[in-house]
Write a protein that binds this ligand. Sequence first.
Ligand code: MD6
Ligand code: FE
Length: 125
Amino acid sequence: WPPMPDILKELAMKAADLAGYKDFIPDCCLLNRYSVGTKLSLHRDVDEKDTTQPIVSFSLGIPAEFLWGGLKRDDAVQTFTLEHGDVIVFGGADRLRFHGVSPIKSYHHPILGDLRINMTFRKAA
Ligand code: MD6
Ligand code: FE
C-alpha cells in the first residue's frame, strides 16, 4: 500500500490529541467510497491489535446518517448526520460500540458531486 500522506496523518493525530489521545500515531488509513444507495452494516472494529487506541474518522462529500449503537448488537441505536469535514474520534469506552451507515441519500456536493468518502485512521499493528 502507498504511504499515508503526512498532512492527513498529522490532521488525524491532531484530532486525537484534541480528544485526549495524545499518543495516537496511526499506521494505516481505510478509505471507503460511498455512492448513493450504499450502506455499511452495523459492525465493530476489532481487528486492530490495541483497541485502547482510538480510530479517527473523516467524512467528505455528501452527508450520511451515522448509526451509533451500543456494546451489544441488539442495543438501541442513535443516529446523527456526518457532513463534509466532520471528524469523529472513536475511543475509550466507546471504541467497541456497534456502528454503521444508513443507505446514502441522493445529494449533490459542490466538490465531490454525488460521492461520499470516509477515511478512518487506525493503529492496526
Ligand atoms: C463511515 N465509519 O463513516 C464508516 N469505524 O463511513 C466507520 O465504520 C468507523 O467512522 C470506526 C470508527 C469510526 C468510524
Ligand atoms: Fe467502523
